[in-house]
Design a protein around this ligand. Sequence first.
Ligand code: PMP
Length: 351
Amino acid sequence: MSKFWSPIVSRLKPYVPGEQPSMANLVKLNTNESPYGPSEKALEAIRAAASDDMRLYPDPVALGLRQAIGERCGVSADEVFVGNGSDEVLAHAFAALLKHDQPLLYPDISYSFYPTYAGLFGIHAVEVPLNDAFRIDIADYRRPAGAIILPNPNAPTGIGMPLAEIERLVAEHPDQPVVIDEAYIDFGGESAVALVPKYENLLVVQTFSKSRALAGLRVGFAIGQRPLIEALERVKDSFNSYPLGRAAQAGAIAAIRDTDWFEEARGKIIATRAELIRELEMRGFEVLPSQANFVFARHPDHAGQTLAAKLRERAVIVRHFAKPRIEDFLRITIGTDAECARLITALDEIV
Ligand code: PMP
């Protein structure tokens, strides 16, 4: 704390990202990255972008990328907003759409960046507890709200919501923006993008970080009708009119077009997930049903923190949250088959 800090900064509780250790031979299953390298076509496009043209500013409206995303998602480029990772897109959505005098509702437990953004933008936030099965129950959202945000599938539980439920939530709050954070949608969930033409209050946010294996490139996007997208554009142009560099735009365009790479990678992750769940259950773990590229699991006889520490001693890093209700869970990213086998071997020495 310093006398130079503004009251908002003094009160901030910043988000703490998962660690990015650089140890060799580490099985890194802590931040839900893809275990597979990105599309070779995306890498080629990034290399090609590293040219003399780098002296020029990038396209400030990223039209080519918005067109490519629009083609893929069945909307027009005007209904696409892009940003530096979906975190930045979410930050712009918070700044653009949320009201200060009406509560923002989001699930507890959920992505811990939401309370951080609420603090940053001075938004009154109300956490809506998950039900006893760790699920989001939309009946709990029938209360006064300025806006609603939830991830589908939820993080860190991995549990997805059927599209009909999402539609009911959006339809029940016609006067509030409803933001669906689909960071993990490509691993078995049902995307709400198809609902965008029908609902003016719906904003769907996705990322290139998970199913496209481009967390390092920092590209995310939102899909919504024009008035919502225009609000995000106003924030962007009041903040940084060039959020995506030339390499990011070029790489993301190639990545979104490489459907063969995408289908193969996500198919492998979904298959490995089923196998990992089976192996964990055989060892006594309770595993929540996951539609994401991670699983959320606890063991009746072992504290989560101890398990995470013992795995770390064996060079396997998973995520543990010291939070009531979930402190005994581990969030384990789906790795390659070989990485998951190393996790299981390590667990066999522990449980
Ligand atoms: N939403 C959720 C639910 C996430 O877990 C993450 C990744 N930590 C993000 C958004 C942000 O991802 P990115 O900024 O890499 O797109």
